[in-house]
Design a protein around this ligand. Structure first.
Ligand code: UT7
Length: 326
C-alpha cells in the first residue's frame, strides 16, 4: 500500500497591501473595529490583470523546488478556488498546468470555498493510496478582491488575495505521512455565504457578482463545528492534543481560531495566526500559513500539524499530518 506524504509547501502573495487605514477612507469602518472583531490589520490585493493562476504559479514553483522533484513527475493537479480565471471552463488547474509547462497531467478544480485546500488534500490522499497517482500538486489560490464589494463594510474588510501550494507524494512507509483527513458539508446552510450570479438576460452576462455573508451566524456555527471536528479527529486517531506541534487553521477571524484552539486544549504558542497580515484568503489561507511557519523556520520535518477549515457550502474539514519537507 502507498501512503500520502506532505512533501513540501510554497506560497505567494501580491505586492500591494490594503491597510485598515485605507479601508477607513472607502467605507464606514475603523482600524479599531476591524482589529478587535477580526484580528486583521492588512491584506494583499492582486494587481490589475494578475489572475489566480499567476499567484498559484509562483507558489507552485516554490513547492516543486522544495520537494526536489521535476515538474514532469506531477501526475495530478487539484486546484481549490472560488475565484477561477474563467467561469466554468477551462479549469484554473489546466491554466496552471500550461503555465508550468506540464503537458500530460490530470488537472481539475474543486469548489469547497475556504475548506478547499483540505478537500484537495483528501483527493490527493485518496488518489495516492489507491495507487492511481504518485505525485500530486494541491493548490489553494484566490483573487477574492475580484468578487468583494468595496461598498459593503461587513465583507470588504475581511478578504484578501494569495496562493499556497503543496506537493503530496507516494511513499511505501507510513512514517511522516498524512495520517487522517475528514471532510464534510451541510448544504442546509448554503445561504450563509454566497456569490449570486446575475439572472439570465442581464446585460454583461452572469458575472459581476459579489460575496454576501451572514457573518454572525457563520461565526457561531464555525466555532461549534470546528471545535468538535478537531476533537473527533484526535479521538479517532487515539491522540491527545499535546501530540500536536502546530494547529494551522483556516484564517477567517482570530476569535474563531482562539476559541477553537482553547476547546481543543492547545496553548497559544501552538496556534498559528496569520490573519492579521493577510486577512481571509479562503482556500489559500491554510497553505499560506503553513508556508509562513516553514519560511520562519518554526515548522520542521517530522512536526505534526492539525489543519482545519470552515467555509461556504457550508463545508468543513480537518487533517492530521506530519510535515516532511527538509
Ligand atoms: O471564511 C469563511 C467563513 N467565514 C467566517 O467564518 C466569518 C465569520 N464571521 C465573522 O468573522 C464575524 O461575524 C464578522 C467579523 C464578519 C463580524 O463580526 P461580529 O462580531 O459577528 O459583528 P456583527 O456582524 O454582529 O456586527 C456587529 C456590529 C453591527 O452594528 P450594529 O447592528 O450592532 O449597530 C454591524 O453593522 O458591527 C457593525 N459592523 C461594522 N462596524 C464597523 C459590521 N461590519 C463593520 C465594519 N466596521 N467593517
Amino acid at each position: 500500500m502507498s501512503f500520502a506524504v506532505f512533501k513540501s509547501i510554497g506560497a505567494y502573495v501580491p505586492e500591494k497591501i490594503l491597510s485598515n487605514e485605507e479601508l477607513e477612507k472607502i467605507v464606514d469602518t475603523s482600524d479599531e473595529w476591524i482589529l478587535k472583531r477580526t484580528g486583521i490589520k492588512e491584506r494583499r490585493i492582486a494587481a490589475d490583470g494578475e489572475l489566480t493562476s499567476d499567484l498559484a504559479l509562483k507558489a507552485s514553483i516554490k513547492a516543486i523546488e522544495r520537494a526536489k522533484i521535476n515538474k514532469e513527475d506531477i501526475d495530478l493537479i487539484v486546484f481549490a478556488t472560488i475565484t477561477p480565471d474563467f467561469l466554468c471552463m477551462p479549469s484554473t488547474a489546466c491554466i496552471l498546468a500550461d503555465k508550468l509547462g506540464i503537458k500530460n497531467v490530470a488537472a481539475f478544480d474543486i469548489s469547497a470555498a475556504c475548506s478547499g485546500f483540505i478537500y484537495g488534500l483528501s483527493v490527493a490522499k485518496a488518489y495516492i493510496e489507491s495507487g492511481m497517482k504518485k505525485t500530486v500538486l494541491v493548490v489553494g489560490a484566490e483573487t477574492l478582491s475580484r468578487i468583494v464589494d468595496y461598498t459593503d463594510r461587513t465583507t470588504c474588510v475581511l478578504f484578501g488575495d494569495g496562493a499556497g501550494a503543496a506537493i503530496i507524494t507516494a511513499s511505501e512507509s507510513r512514517e511522516n505521512a498524512i495520517l487522517d483527513i475528514h471532510t464534510s458539508a451541510d448544504g442546509g446552510y448554503w445561504d450563509f455565504l454566497v456569490t449570486p450570479l446575475a439572472p439570465k438576460g442581464v446585460e454583461g452576462g452572469i458575472c459581476g457578482s459579489h460575496i454576501k455573508m451572514k457573518g454572525n451566524e457563520t461565526f457561531k456555527l464555525a466555532v461549534k463545528t470546528l471545535a468538535s471536528d478537531c476533537v473527533n479527529m484526535l479521538k479517532a486517531n487515539n491522540m491527545e492534543s499535546s501530540a500536536i506541534d502546530y494547529f494551522i487553521p483556516h484564517q477567517a477571524n482570530y476569535r474563531i481560531i482562539k476559541a477553537v484552539g482553547e476547546s481543543v486544549g492547545l496553548p497559544d504558542e501552538k496556534v498559528v495566526l496569520t490573519v492579521g497580515k493577510y486577512g481571509n484568503t479562503s482556500a489559500a489561507s491554510i497553505p499560506m500559513a503553513i508556508n509562513e511557519m516553514y519560511e520562519t523556520g518554526k515548522l520542521k520535518k517530522g512536526h505534526l500539524m492539525l489543519l482545519d477549515a470552515f467555509g461556504g457550502g457550508l463545508t468543513w474539514g480537518s487533517c492530521l499530518s506530519y510535515f516532511d519537507c527538509e
